[in-house]
Design a protein around this ligand. Structure first.
Ligand SMILES: Nc1ncnc2c1ncn2[C@@H]1O[C@H](COP(=O)(O)OP(=O)(O)OP(=O)(O)O)[C@@H](O)[C@H]1O
Ligand SMILES: [Mg+2]
Length: 173
């Protein structure tokens, strides 16, 4: 069972995977794998982000464990059995990203991507099993527990579409 932990930057992939890692689960950091395998093919300076050869990485990736969590905002584009999309209310995500000192343009791009369910849509377009967890009002520990509950089949309230930021987005206009 290979599980993608995905989501817009700042939704908590690293925080949740560090909790899962402490509990003994096998975590694959895709940015690290991409760097080590030579799959960083460029740098988008305007967005302040590395460009990853996602297809190359997907073909190269060998997971030496029966249960593993793949961490990264493109993990739902790997060969996974299931994806869990971490979500965060856009106004709260903006604060989380501001705390990182990111440029306004990069913050805006990511807040908008979150607002329009970008990663969720990408995931449901290619995977049968996709669930989402709203991290806005939860701790990393509680979100990690939620991930494990979903794997145990307790998926109620986590179906794609259960998170809806449209009300907040409409308030921007
Ligand atoms: N419920 C929560 N789950 C996860 N992170 C939370 C939560 N509540 C607050 N946070 C905070 O939000 C931030 C999430 O950052 P984190 O680095 O885990 O995100 P990420 O998804 O890995 O981002 P990136 O794609 O840039 O690596 C942290 O500062 C964390 O403390
Ligand atoms: Mg991270």
């Amino acid at each position: 069972m290979i599980v993608a932990i995905t989501g817009t930057p700042g939704t908590g992939k690293s925080s949740i995977c560090s909790v899962l890692g402490r509990r003994g689960y096998f975590i694959v950091d895709l940015d690290q794998e991409a760097r080590a395998g030579g799959f960083i093919v460029g740098r988008d300076e305007s967005r302040g982000a590395d460009e990853v050869d996602v297809e190359g990485l997907r073909n190269h990736l060998l997971i030496p464990a029966k249960i593993a969590f793949l961490k990264g905002h493109y993990s739902h584009l790997m060969d996974v059995n299931l994806a869990i999309v971490l979500r965060c209310r856009p106004s709260v995500l903006r604060k989380r990203l501001q705390e990182r000192g990111w440029p306004d343009s990069k913050i805006q791009e990511n807040v908008e991507a979150e607002a329009i369910d970008s990663i969720l849509q990408e995931a449901v377009a290619r995977l049968d099993l996709v669930y989402e967890i709203d991290t806005t009002e939860r701790t990393a520990e509680s979100t990690a527990a939620g991930v494990l509950e979903i794997l145990q089949g307790r998926t109620k309230g986590h179906a794609p579409g259960s998170v809806d930021w449209s009300h907040e987005v409409l308030s921007w206009y």
